[in-house]
Design a binder for this molecule. Sequence first.
Ligand SMILES: C[S@@+](CC[C@H](N)C(=O)[O-])C[C@H]1O[C@@H](n2cnc3c(N)ncnc32)[C@H](O)[C@@H]1O
Length: 450
Amino acid sequence: MQQENMFPIVAKEYTARQINIINSPKQLGHCDIDSEPYLKKLGIDILNKKQPIQFSPNVNEAIHRWAPYVQGFSASFVQSVFDQYKNDYKNPTVLDPFTGCGTVQVQSKLNGYKSFGTELNPLLKFIAETKLNSWDVSPKELLKVFNKLDLSHHTKAPRFLKSEKQFSKEVLSNLEVLKGGIDSLSSRTNKKIIDLLNLAFSSILVDVSKLKRSPCLGYSKSKKVDPHAPFVLMNQKVYQIIEDLKIIQSEFNDFISIPSQVFLSNSMEYNHSNKFDLVITSPPYMNGLDYVINYKIEMGWLNFADNQTELKKVKDEMVVCDNVSKGLIRNFQPIYSNDWIEDIKSSIQSNILRRGKYRRQDMPFIVHKYFDDMYKVFKMVVPKIENGGRFILVVGDSLIADVYVPTDLLIAQIGKDLGLNIEKIEKARNRRSGQIRSYKLRETIITLRK
Ligand SMILES: C[S@@+](CC[C@H](N)C(=O)[O-])C[C@H]1O[C@@H](n2cnc3c(N)ncnc32)[C@H](O)[C@@H]1O
């Protein structure tokens, strides 16, 4: 499948990595062409259905906007799934095995649907749960508690983070005062109000720091933050929450008590006691983001992690990303494989050998572990889908060491192996490869049916 580059370029002023990129046979390549042999074997076509599926429009949507989240769904995508199948399921029970900040579950509740989810990052579980289960908080009471915060206490910034580097001196001191105010609320204060204030506090942290998330967390040289920004943004966030609570209590009052549960657990292991009509999810993308390091600031300030070892422990339990511990990959014993995975692994292996150097020499095994992890999730979820129910996943494909990995088609194959039918695969948008910018990748919606 690999083509030889006819005109290899070697120039002294380039780094080895740059030379590999310039000489890549995948320059100007396209996932659609590289997918052809796989599609032929599956006997399906990919339909074009351009639509916004990323989180960004959620910043204008009630509740969804309480916490910024780069890696989430758009609420309107989840709504479009509900609308599409409203005649197939009267009152569906919904599952999201990778809850994240809870987009699927919040949108389920806004439709009056019961929902369940699993999430391994305790901060994200907290955010999702607070967005789901504080609809009955009195806006007046929240405002009263917020206005009376005692700002004479300081809560020290988490010691294991480099807070002095991440925030200006004044901002850091103002954050310590704000957090001190929340932490000194009496134990008689409604816990849901304390949770909402902590959620509001966590959601402003990156905005007032010297960092940006785009989508990985990194320093921004050009960013300027006013010393009073923590108070200004916290105020805005609390007023936004108050506004949304008023909307909920006037327009969605009947749904306030609809059960919505998020379990702090591993979707590869969690045995649900319910059955589901719709499973809607967006798993981590292969080679993608580290969902722990990206949220370490909020995890530290909200006491969900005390040190790097704890962060690493959560990360290594997750569906694998390329930032995972080497030891975990060394000890990896697969329970699932197929010819496609084996071919992809050996192509990656030989390209790494040809290059002589690669970011992770163990990349073939990371790729294998990704599909093995997804297989384990499917093993737990598929038996819990009602007959006629659907499993809908939004995923992106990858280009790794010049080898195309059709993540969507491999996941569809896993579903097929476990008895699901591939109903359709739709391309929602094109993406660029992070390694070879001219190579076109895609983001697809896989719909599997039991
Ligand atoms: C793409 S995000 C999901 C975003 C979600 N759709 C939203 O809109 O908020 C994937 C999530 O899966 C979580 N995760 C990764 N591995 C997991 C596992 N084994 N079990 C449960 N959650 C996991 C990550 O922490 C991350 O929040």
